[in-house]
Design a protein around this ligand. Structure first.
Ligand code: BDP
Length: 696
């Protein structure tokens, strides 16, 4: 097994499970499947899935005529489903139900929904029941997504390089599109539909205007055609200056009528080619990208320009809030809020503002972004990073489920207790219909899609939490392990331990106690806490840790940058309090003396060293755990994971040694008793350079 199959891995279940399920899955009834590409896809998937898992494919039949049927239909398409009087009104456009029931004396299972897309999601859920060995007998499931736009964001360039991609090249072969349609495109759509993802932004947010030229639109349209039966809509990152670059205008000013006309015509052209085109994602006035501020206009004026072009066609604008200005003396963590919160109420109805989970940039741990909850009149969508730019690329094992869960469950208190981030983005807190969540994809041309088997879990958990942000990381981990490896209880308990602790391990050996952005320059791989000479202050690790002989940490209380004031009370008070903030975010919000007494009984310096040691120990443990599973995992996937864990152990040690060497040079404090000194001198670690690193 090489990992290509992802969660569409339909290897035969254990004999006992096959025997149990076979009589329940004899016959497949999908009325109308000849005419509809989506129904045909469902039929194909169920025949293949059930056939693989049970080593016996169900017969396809025009009507229910025996026990063990699976009837997949909307009430509209099937009298048998209508007669059941299911509460389909509760399911919305994309929801579904899976019920065991009796039809004219025959026992079987119905998948019902209001739309074919709902049926597709329900059918994948049925397959998941088998893959996780759940009972079909008496099953009664109702499910609908809580979030409308569930998207992947590809940071893929037209030359097939992938910004922050660690799994090979882009899967989009732009050169040969639209003529050559790699079967991978279909498998991509299947894999995403299986976890409820319903849209994809094909190109990098650092966008080339070429993506909007007729040549490339035809290519995007070909992909849209492949994805359509699976409910995946295509979106594009739009470069704000495109009217100048490819439109021949001399300005991209949102107030200019020619610019407005240009975007309107561009939208018309796109919708002629892609009638269900989703809309634009825009990175503007951020890290050198063009934007409305180049013309003295606000982010809202920029977003509304594109929104008005898309509006007649039903498209949306996802306007990113990831902005920080050059030469702005303000704490970088405060800038997005300062720019955007005053614009609340100024965005058109088809604009949604896309906010990263934390105020800096996809660090191993950040507090939730203060914009969540702070813009009641504006729909906000979440941007998570699935690709692990700051967590050891595809090489280190870190399951991001616990991180996503931590953010989604964080309570903003914006409307009193219970105002979680999840409720902000599912629209329930402030009554928004337009809702969304995006994950920056970790997908590439590697055979296993994501550079390692365990990285697949991050794509998987993103989809599951996008469907329902209340979903627990542990529950998803268990499902994923069952589907990906086996139902063996030892694999499950050991695998769950590994997944649960893996992200905290990374936090401990890279950025413990609320530290952030200590990675080496540019590529962000490996330690670089000493870096302090880059052109912009907020690119330097030293800007973030602020360590000197007296102490360490970023004072974001009212004595310092006062970033805490961007949070609602009592969150602001908690973050501002040294004793209440908790160890996890301590140095994010506070600058403290090295001898500050920690709750552990150690002082801050000793605690920092202790955390680095803990991180290394956790990786060592994870590696031993994986080793113990050798007899229970297929050779190819076992071996690759084992080798990567060896890399991770070596590099966790590197992080620990380099960080301790550096911070000790600053703190000038002795190592606590019994602690091993770093293997090399600080100069040795500072001299480590890569001639090349992926994804940069
Ligand atoms: C940072 C990445 C950079 C992205 C940027 C963004 O280092 O490559 O372009 O975020 O999100 O994390 O726009």
């Amino acid at each position: 097994e090489d990992g290509y199959d992802l969660w569409l891995r339909y290897q035969p279940l254990e004999a006992e499970a096959r025997e149990k399920y076979r009589p329940q899955l004899r016959q497949l009834v999908i009325p109308g499947s000849e005419q509809s590409p989506t129904l045909k896809a469902i039929e194909g998937e169920l025949v293949r899935g059930v056939g693989g898992l049970l080593k016996r494919a169900p017969g396809v039949s025009a009507g229910v005529n025996g026990d063990g049927f699976v009837l997949v239909a909307t009430p509209k398409a099937s009298r048998d489903v209508r007669a059941q009087n299911f509460p389909v009104h509760k399911l919305g456009e994309e929801g579904y139900l899976v019920r065991s029931t009796t039809i004219r004396g025959h026992r079987g299972t119905v998948v019902a929904a209001n739309s074919e897309l709902g049926l597709l999601y329900g059918s994948f859920h049925l397959l998941r029941l088998l893959q996780t060995r759940s009972a079909l007998e008496g099953v009664s499931i109702e499910s609908r997504p809580r979030i409308g736009l569930r998207l992947l964001n590809h940071w893929d360039n037209l030359d097939r390089s992938v910004e922050r991609g660690y799994a090979g090249q882009s899967i989009w072969d732009w050169w040969n599109l639209p003529d050559v349609l790699d079967p991978r495109y279909t498998d991509y759509a299947r894999a995403n539909a299986a976890i409820g993802i319903n849209g994809t932004v094909l190109n990098n947010v650092n966008a080339s205007a070429d993506s909007l030229t007729p040549r490339y639109l035809a290519k995007a349209a070909a992909l849209a055609d492949v994805f359509r039966p699976y409910g995946i809509r295509v979106y594009l990152s739009a470069r704000f200056s495109a009217p100048v670059e490819i439109g021949g205008l001399d300005t991209a000013d949102p107030k200019d009528p020619d610019v407005q006309r240009w975007w309107a015509h561009k939208a018309d052209e796109i919708y002629r080619l892609i009638p269900d085109f989703g809309g634009f994602l825009v990175k503007a006035n951020s890290e050198g990208q063009p934007g409305p501020q180049d013309y003295g206009r606000s982010h809202a004026e920029g977003a509304n320009l594109l929104a008005r072009a898309l509006n007649p066609h039903g498209g949306v604008v996802m306007w990113r809030a990831f902005v920080y200005q050059q030469d702005n003396p303000e704490d970088r963590a405060k800038q997005a809020y300062s720019d955007f919160v005053p614009l609340d109420g100024q965005f058109d109805d088809n604009v949604i503002v896309q906010v990263k989970n934390g105020p800096i940039d996809f660090q191993p741990r950040e507090p939730f972004h203060p914009m969540f909850g702070a813009m009641p009149k504006t729909p906000l969508m979440m941007e998570f990073q699935i690709t692990k730019e700051y967590l050891g690329f595809a090489s280190h094992l870190a399951y991001l489920g616990p991180m996503y869960e931590e953010v989604l469950r964080a309570d903003t208190f914006a409307e009193g207790p219970g105002s979680t981030v999840a409720k902000v983005i599912d629209g329930s807190l402030h009554g928004h219909q337009l809702t969304g969540i995006a994950g920056v994809a970790n997908i590439g041309s590697d055979r296993d899609w994501t550079g390692s088997t365990f990285n697949q879990a991050n794509w998987y958990v993103f989809g599951r939490m996008a469907w329902n942000p209340q979903t627990g990381a542990e529950e998803v981990a268990r499902d994923w392990l069952k589907i990906t490896f086996s139902n063996n209880p030892v694999v499950l308990t050991t695998g769950q331990d590994m997944l649960r602790d893996s992200r905290q391990a990374v936090v401990d050996y890279m950025t413990p106690l609320g530290l952030a952005h200590l990675m080496a320059t540019g590529h962000h791989y490996g330690p670089g806490p000493w870096v302090s000479d880059l052109a912009r202050p907020e690119w330097n690790p030293a800007y973030y840790h602020r360590a000197d002989k007296n102490g360490i940490g970023f004072d974001r209380t009212s004595e310092g940058s006062n970033a805490v004031a961007q949070y609602a009370d009592p969150v602001a008070k908690r973050f501002a309090s040294r004793s209440d903030v908790g160890d996890d975010l301590l140095l994010w919000f506070h600058h403290l003396p090295w001898d500050y007494p920690m709750t552990s009984g150690r002082d801050l310096w000793e605690e920092l060293v202790h955390r680095y040691d803990t991180g290394v120990a956790e990786v060592r443990e994870m590696r031993a755990q994986w080793q113990s599973l050798e007899p229970l995992i297929d050779a190819e996937r076992f071996d690759k994971t084992a080798r990567l864990l060896r890399v991770q152990e070596r590099e966790a040690q590197w992080w620990r040694d380099a960080s301790i060497a550096y911070f000790q040079s600053v703190s000038q404090r002795p190592l606590p008793e019994g602690v091993a000194p770093p293997a090399h001198s600080l100069e040795h670690y500072q001299a480590v350079k890569y001639p090349w690193a992926p994804g940069h």
